[in-house]
Design a protein around this ligand. Sequence first.
Ligand code: ATP
Ligand code: MG
Length: 376
Amino acid sequence: MSVSVDPSFLKPAQQQPAQALRPHAEHAFAAELTALAAQDDRPRPPRWKLSPWGVATYLLGGTLPDGTVITPKYVGSRRLVEVAVSTLATDRALLLLGVPGTAKTWVSEHLAAAVSGDSTLLVQGTAGTPEEAIRYGWNYAQLLAQGPSRAAMVPSPVMRAMAEGRTVRVEELTRIPADVQDALITVLSEKTLPIPELGQEVQAVRGFNLVATANDRDRGVNELSSALRRRFNTVVLPLPESVEAEVDIVARRVDQIGRSLDLPAVPDGITEIRRVVTVFRELRDGITSDGRTKVKSPSGTLSTAEAISVVTGGLALAAHFGDGVLRAGDVAAGILGAVVRDPAADRVVWREYLEAVVRERDGWSDFYRACREVSG
Ligand SMILES: Nc1ncnc2c1ncn2[C@@H]1O[C@H](COP(=O)(O)OP(=O)(O)OP(=O)(O)O)[C@@H](O)[C@H]1O
Ligand SMILES: [Mg+2]
């Protein structure tokens, strides 16, 4: 017997407080999504808010016929986004894979917002994620009082997405213990979630799909079983291919974050952004950007995401304690914190890099001095 979907079964989507510190994508970009929905005349898969073209445009940015500008959310390969979006229109789930800070979480949130208008159906994968987070749990007071019943059941985000024909996100899939991961196999292959206690099942309605993220560095923590991996199309998100691309990403995100936090505007941050990105890339790659000098890599990941937080921290310093211009002194402490994770080994790596590369570089003397000052 199948469970029909009655609205009481589904908890209403959370109301967004006006002053949310970090609004969900569908709220933060509501105007863009509305404009896209109004002008997108291409066919939409069942229950999709936009056509696949509309979703890709939302992610990559563009200008609509009426002149509305859609800001790029993901800066990178168009093809990659197209593959991700079209996967969601099939019966295969999507796995976003990549090293830390390559926008896996960010892309999955925006995909869910654009496809289903709701990015909040989310399972956060950890070593302690229980099977209830993927299947369903019970309200024990009601269970004891009345026995197993629909009313006593607490559906997981996955179950709700199936019943409502929406997108559910599973973050950090490979951190979830293998036996719990396996609960997804039936969901993804049979598109059903059995409820043996009630002799019922919840069948996925059209529009249901799942976006999972996993970190390359977590490999070996809990490998995906091959049975589960076969249910996914995998899209690998790469690190930005050039300094320019990474500077562009950092500048855009820092600007957005600064505005959402109401930080006073700080003009001309681009010089420091370029230096932070250059330093991170060189340390990550183990070689200077001119290809001449080999350098040692520290233990941290030095991802784009970390560059974004170093610059955002620097902007706050410049705005509140500096002269309103982002200077080397405002980012130096943040860089040191990101680079020196292991106090002994990383400090040596950092000092060597400062002396061998930064000190000699034309036009970087202020940056060298600022870094020396905080490095002690
Ligand atoms: N190519 C990119 N385009 C746009 N934003 C990017 C890009 N790469 C990184 N970012 C930014 O980096 C930040 C961090 O991304 P996110 O948290 O999604 O990374 P992640 O891949 O999930 O990392 P982790 O593996 O640590 O969970 C976001 O603010 C995102 O906007
Ligand atoms: Mg993530």
